[in-house]
Design a protein around this ligand. Structure first.
Ligand SMILES: [Zn+2]
Length: 314
């Protein structure tokens, strides 16, 4: 994907470290300490496996935080798709720093749009739990980092997150579920039959102050490109009513028809239509890369998205 950006003549910047502050504004102290120390603590166990992968998980009627690394792994990891190995913490931090840097550039008005090439992705990570290849919630961290800058303009800050990855952004939803300063909209495959299964239903509209500020738009497995794009246009109408000062787009390319996880049938030219629709919202935007697992097609799909979005080609 970086190759596709370079071929377009896009300047790629490595983000500086923004420290723990932006992460701690979204994630719990216990969880961050776990992520930072998990690999070294795990690898010190006798006969340690090559990566931290729990075989026991926290349940709804289990509420005691364990002291040891094996129990903490189960507490903080909702599935087995988030192995922690040497370098995982550093990679997750660099990914989050990328999103923060993009958010700061856009929130400060330095640019109207920035693309954060985040790996690993983030939208399944909640305040204190990894899941679905996600450790730190890059999109949530970006939105949260932007808010103080937006507030500096003298009014109640308003940001929005639109998640167009094929999976529901359950971590993002959970983080902002009781808040009205970040509207969260997710378009995704129906969780009745698709990961993350336990969240992403249309009736989940937020709680207390956040009531009405969470919108899920599940679509059936097998959804065609036109229906997906129609849902994005409908999300745009909701965004227009909320009128955020900044939009974070959780962009997944796993809606692609050829994706190994695909539930939707978006074509490569379809991502140009998606880009054009998003650009048409007319909002300052931070694009955060989420999923996308057809490695052969990722570059072409990003290229197509940027074509439609209106980024100059060489
Ligand atoms: Zn996904």
């Amino acid at each position: 994907m970086a190759g596709a950006l370079r071929r377009r003549g896009v300047t790629i910047e490595r983000p500086p470290s923004h420290g723990m502050g932006p992460l701690a504004a979204v994630h719990s102290p216990d969880y961050l300490a776990f992520l930072e120390t998990a690999w070294s603590r795990w690898s010190a166990l006798p006969d340690a496996a090559e990566a931290v992968i729990p075989n026991v998980h926290r349940n709804t009627d289990m509420a005691e935080y364990p002291r040891g690394i094996v129990g903490q792994a189960g507490w903080h990891m909702s599935d087995t798709a988030c192995p922690i190995a040497e370098g995982t913490w550093e990679a997750a931090r660099a990914s989050a720093d990328t999103a923060v840097q993009a958010a700061l550039l856009v929130a400060s008005g330095e640019t109207g749009a920035a693309y954060a090439l985040c790996r690993p992705p983030g939208h399944h990570a909640s305040r204190d739990m990894a899941g679905g290849f996600c450790y730190l919630n890059n999109a949530a961290i970006a939105a949260q980092a932007a808010l103080p800058i937006l507030a500096g303009r003298g009014k109640q800050p308003r940001a929005a997150i639109l998640d167009v990855d094929v999976h529901h952004g359950n971590g993002t939803q959970a983080i902002f579920y009781e808040r009205d300063d970040v509207l969260v909209i997710s378009i995704h495959a129906d969780p009745a039959e698709f990961y993350p299964f336990f969240a992403g239903y249309a009736h989940e509209r937020g709680r207390s102050r956040g009531q009405g500020y969470n919108l899920n738009m599940p679509l059936p497995i097998g959804t065609e490109e036109a229906a997906f794009l129609a849902a994005v246009a409908e999300a745009g109408a909701h965004l227009a009513r909320y009128a955020p000062e900044l939009l974070v787009l959780s962009l997944g390319f796993d809606t692609y028809a050829g994706d190994p996880l695909a539930a939707f049938k978006v074509t490569t030219p379809g991502f140009a239509k998606l880009g054009a629709l998003i650009a048409g919202f007319g909002l300052p935007i931070v694009v955060v890369q989420e999923g996308g697992y057809d490695r052969e097609a990722l570059a072409a799909n990003l290229d197509s998205f940027l074509d439609g979005f209106g980024e100059p080609s060489p």
